[in-house]
Design a protein around this ligand. Structure first.
Ligand SMILES: Cc1cc2nc3c(=O)[nH]c(=O)nc-3n(C[C@H](O)[C@H](O)[C@H](O)COP(=O)(O)OP(=O)(O)OC[C@H]3O[C@@H](n4cnc5c(N)ncnc54)[C@H](O)[C@@H]3O)c2cc1C
Ligand SMILES: *[C@@H]1O[C@H](CO)[C@@H](O)[C@H](O)[C@H]1NC(C)=O
Ligand SMILES: *[C@@H]1O[C@H](CO)[C@@H](O)[C@H](O)[C@H]1NC(C)=O
Ligand SMILES: *[C@@H]1O[C@H](CO)[C@@H](O)[C@H](O)[C@H]1NC(C)=O
Length: 489
């Protein structure tokens, strides 16, 4: 088991392998419990008392909504969706937008959008474009282009949703960059950029458009304002309060009579041996009673293995815990362009740190949302489904690192820590989401395991899943690399 976890670690592009010598001895001792937990509970259900994220204050009016006081156990629903994150919310909304006559029930173990979607880093960022070369080698050029375009289109779709529906979730377009301290990593990134430029020139109508610019050496330090970087590749991304965006998606589904049942834990699924006369094929047992459905959708991300042991037995998807801190620099941030951008840096032994800054005019202007730091945990937080605690070593890193990377001149002398929180993410063996009809189980569907990148993948994946469920076919633009079959092979 442990060795298969290590396989996942090594295979996962999001978590670069880091030498364990970089880990302070104290954290090795402190985190020993996690190693055991990684083996014992890779299938945990959501815990009842998660940490509270920066985004979840104040609580949204639908946080504890139960559309009907009693769990509707008498009705056979067309769909029961398990999970109220961006996946479940977008699936519900898109189903009901397409056909308002459908009866849809959503079960959520905790408060609305209390999973990763309500507690992430706030990026809605087409940052996977840089996998284009790897994807081309692995899947061929057409599929690589499809994968890349899907992500950019997804970000654009979320922006369209937010704008069209006047959602006040602070959705902003910002300049972003991948930043490099090491020559090897930067040289490699520039090669990928060159590969992308060539592709754009050759297939201008198909390749995802963004404005990606390389800055090298002093030009990078001058342009970006960080004192020690060796290079930057800039492009455009969006930032948002993800909790408010997802609650707005849920509210639109609620207008079409979605029945939302928060604080209701789904414990198991059963396929009826023979479909009932009313079409019921599935029962879902919860801690409040049993509901019936023609079709069931798993939108359970890092908690999927618990509700579906068949999934767990594939070993294809593994939960992990991610952590974020909200901090505020002591320097004035208002008129300093370095605090109007977002960033991510894959090297500097960071475990892939990323930064979102609350935009001018937003609540919390100049607050810096800092995620990553997984290398400070010996297990890299793999196999953990408990988001009620934070890892103190990771927290310490996230509190301090901003002043180092931005430089004292930009940041000032001190840092105010506003909040620390964690959330459960999900890692698949190839780093891509798992979407489609669960093989061999008539009427069971899944959109799970967003690999810590769901804000740029899930909304459009939901569009594809809804077409599969309601039309019976996959859209042409849907990346076949997301197909669920690969998890069960
Ligand atoms: C700390 C952190 C930082 C991140 N940063 C970013 C970022 O900046 N950008 C980005 O794109 N992505 C980021 N991510 C990842 C992103 O948040 C996820 O990929 C995305 O939210 C997944 O959405 P989802 O709806 O598929 O799953 P989730 O939002 O996790 O929703 C799953 C829901 O299912 C519920 N559930 C599970 N099992 C059951 C059950 N048995 N019964 C009832 N309910 C159940 C859970 O309670 C949960 O609400 C981050 C994640 C974390 C945790
Ligand atoms: C959004 O706001 C605009 C301008 O105020 C308005 O015309 C439009 O109807 C609003 N849309 C929704 C969905 O509320
Ligand atoms: C592209 O981005 C650069 C900044 O990196 C900016 O100077 C330039 O104006 C942008 N070009 C377009 C067409 O948006
Ligand atoms: C920022 O710049 C604007 C415009 O120049 C100015 O009006 C404002 O006072 C500045 N804010 C701060 C905090 O310096």
């Amino acid at each position: 088991m442990l060795s298969s976890l290590i396989d996942v670690l090594v295979a996962c592009a999001l978590i670069p392998a880091v030498q364990s010598t970089a880990i302070p001895r104290s954290s090795r001792l402190l985190n020993r419990g996690n190693i055991e937990q990684a083996v014992i509970t890779p299938q945990g259900f959501p815990v009842p008392n998660p940490t509270e994220s920066y985004w979840q204050v104040p609580e949204h009016r639908i946080a504890n909504l139960r559309s009907t006081e009693e769990l509707p156990t008498d009705h056979t629903f067309d769909y029961v969706i398990i999970g109220s994150g961006v996946s479940g919310a977008a699936i519900a909304m898109k189903l009901l937008d397409r056909n308002p006559e459908l009866s849809v029930l959503m079960l959520e173990a905790r408060k609305a959008a209390s999973g990763a979607s309500g507690r992430n880093g706030g990026h809605c960022r087409p940052g996977m474009w840089k996998s284009i070369k790897t994807w081309t080698e692995k899947y061929g050029e057409d599929e690589a282009v499809r994968l890349q375009k899907m992500e950019q289109d997804c970000v654009n779709d979320v922006r369209d949703f937010v704008r069209t529906n006047n959602v006040s979730s602070g959705f902003q377009d910002v300049e972003t960059a991948d930043l490099y301290w090491t020559k090897e990593a930067f040289d490699n990134a520039v090669k990928v950029w060159g590969f992308q430029q060539e592709l754009e020139q050759r297939r201008p109508d198909e390749v995802a458009k963004n404005n990606r610019t390389v800055y090298s050496g002093q030009a990078a330090r001058d342009y970006w304002g960080w004192p020690e970087i060796l290079g930057a590749i800039t492009f455009y991304a969006s930032t948002q309060n993800p909790y408010l965006t997802v609650c707005a998606i849920l509210e639109r589904a609620l207008k079409h009579d979605l029945n939302l049942q928060t604080n209701t834990l789904a414990l198991n699924l059963k396929q009826l041996p023979n479909p009932a006369a009313n079409g019921a094929k599935w029962t879902v047992t919860t801690d409040r009673g049993t509901v019936q459905a023609k079709q069931v959708v798993l939108a359970t991300n890092g908690f999927t293995n618990a509700i579906h042991p068949g999934f767990a037995s594939t070993g294809y998807i593994t939960p992990d815990r991610s952590q974020v801190a909200a901090v505020h620099p002591s320097a004035e941030t208002s008129n300093n362009t370095v605090f109007q951008r977002s960033a991510s840096y894959p090297d500097l032994h960071s475990g892939n740190n990323y930064i979102v800054v609350r935009a001018p005019g937003d609540l919390g202007e100049g607050d810096v949302i800092y995620g990553g730091g997984k290398q400070f945990s010996p297990t890299r937080e793999m196999g953990i489904t408990d988001d009620s605690v934070i890892n103190e070593d990771i927290a310490l890193h996230l509190h301090r690192v901003g002043r180092t990377v931005y430089g004292y001149k930009n940041w000032g002398e001190t840092t105010t820590v506003l909040k620390d929180w964690t959330g459960i993410t999900c890692v698949s063996k190839d780093g891509l989401p798992v979407i489609g009809a669960v093989p061999g189980e008539d009427g069971l569907w899944a959109q799970v395991c967003m690999n810590g990148h769901g804000m740029a993948w899930a909304f459009r994946s939901a569009e594809a899943l809804v077409q599969m469920m309601e039309v019976g076919e996959k859209p042409e633009w849907f990346p076949r690399a997301f197909d669920i079959e690969r998890a069960f092979e």
